[in-house]
Design a protein around this ligand. Structure first.
Ligand code: FAD
Ligand code: EPU
Length: 349
């Protein structure tokens, strides 16, 4: 459908913006445009908007804060950025609390608020960019904790069944950087609220890598200390999107069959790995990319971050297509060097 038609459909509705720049709404800083854009603040406005979009058969894109999205093109449809706010305790006893959080709350502000209130468990997930509503989509994870570890349920609007539904842990089918929202039910659900189960007694998770040593060197003892340690580590490794456009890890870490792993190990005895379920081994994609010659490599305005080659950076003025092509070249080189197919973590639009 042409943009002019989409504009005509929505001119009578409130709070719809047309030919809307998404530049400030994606962490690559790409100047993509949405034919239409809306930011419904509550479920009722969301439903009205969806009914209209359905009648007109408009393509839909749900946007959080755009920190895991690559716009290769403009979006010829309606971008909906859910605007539901609020942090409410729904259940509580001496040990635990269940808190319901609106989709548009910023993830890291929620983590910081929870620690302030004495609700613990999310410390290791500090400073991950994005909104609360997007956190279940790829089951965000860092430093030995995943969102699913503290997930209780979520509220969503089911576009297919045209009804609001609550989905529990099993229904979401969380895995490593995956869920039904990124997989089989992609595009079907709009998450409006997420509920988390948090501990009132701190149980610090220091198991990942050298976190325990860094924590003790910093004389850490509290959840807030752990949050600060994680923030320091992240700031030392990852580029700040406000300075260098990026979407965090561009690819997922790789699960490879033991036979492929054994072949790699013959040539590279130093290959880092983590045994996974069944017959698979997890190999850091950063290592595969580095060994394929892509660490710190730059082509025009696109490059891999020198300290972490899993992150692709827009050094300024790159197009979405250029970033995509750069990622495709990495993918092909890793495939031909190691016979391992990298999978993009970033959502390509
Ligand atoms: P968006 O990029 O806006 O959307 C992501 C996907 O979710 C899209 O497919 C979108 O359609 C869908 N979506 C968004 N909101 C909703 C909703 N309400 N309902 C249904 N679908 C929705 N991720 C990690 O897991 N661990 C990390 O350590 C990490 N570090 C990062 C570091 C940097 C510097 C950056 C830039 C990113 C990092 N990421 C990390 C990726 C990113 O922070 C997460 O994927 C985050 O959850 C994205 O949130 P967002 O609101 O920006 O989502
Ligand atoms: N490595 C290299 N070369 C490098 C950097 C790393 O070979 O230049 C190897 C090393 O063996 C290192 C290993 O990669 O031990 C892992 O590196 P790191 O600890 O930096 O983590 P990662 O596996 O690259 C993952 C997540 C990050 C998350 C961190 C911390 C994925 C795809 N990425 O990165 O998540 O913050 O662990 O838990 O799982 C994201 O998803 O956007 C993201 C940033």
């Amino acid at each position: 459908m042409a943009s002019e038609q989409i504009i005509a459909i929505f001119t009578t509705m409130n709070h719809i913006h047309h030919n809307y720049s998404l530049k400030a709404l994606n962490s690559f800083g790409l100047d993509a445009r949405a034919a239409s854009y809306a930011n419904p603040a509550d479920k009722e406005s969301l439903i009205t908007l969806l009914e209209e979009a359905h009648r007109e058969q408009l393509p839909l894109l749900i946007l959080g804060e755009g920190s895991n999205i690559l716009f290769k093109n403009n979006f010829q449809g309606l971008v909906i950025q859910p605007g539901m706010k609020g942090i409410d305790v729904v259940k509580e006893n001496n040990e635990e609390v269940v808190v319901k959080v609106g989709a548009s709350e910023n993830w890291d502000r929620w983590v910081s608020y929870a620690i302030e209130k004495g609700w613990y468990g999310l410390e290791n997930l500090s400073l991950i960019p994005g909104s609360v509503g997007s956190a279940p989509v790829q089951n965000i994870g860092a430093y030995g904790v995943e969102m699913k570890d503290h997930f209780e349920w979520l509220e969503t609007y089911d576009i297919q069944m045209k009804q609001q539904v609550r989905l529990d842990f099993n229904a979401c089918r969380f895995g490593y950087r995956s869920s039904i929202f990124k997989g089989e039910a992609k595009g079907r659900y709009i998450i409006t609220h997420v509920a988390f189960r948090l501990d009132k007694k701190a149980r610090l998770n220091l198991d990942y890598g050298n976190i325990k040593d860094v924590f003790s060197l910093a004389n850490g003892s509290t959840p807030l200390d752990l949050r600060n340690v994680i923030i320091n580590i992240r700031e030392s490794k990852l580029p700040d999107p406000a300075q260098f456009g990026n979407a965090g890890s561009f690819f997922k870490n790789s699960m490879v069959d033991r036979t492929v792993f054994n072949c790699i190990r013959v040539e590279y005895p130093e290959v880092p790995f983590y045994p996974n379920d069944g017959n698979q081994m997890k190999i850091p994609a950063a290592w595969l990319i580095e060994k394929s010659g892509w660490k710190g490599k730059r082509v025009g305005n696109v490059g891999t971050w020198p300290a972490q080659p899993l992150v692709i950076v827009n050094y300024g003025g790159a197009s979405g297509q250029e970033i995509y092509d750069f990622s495709e070249n990495i993918l092909q080189d890793v495939e031909s060097t190691f016979s391992v197919s990298l999978e993009r973590e970033v959502n390509v639009i």
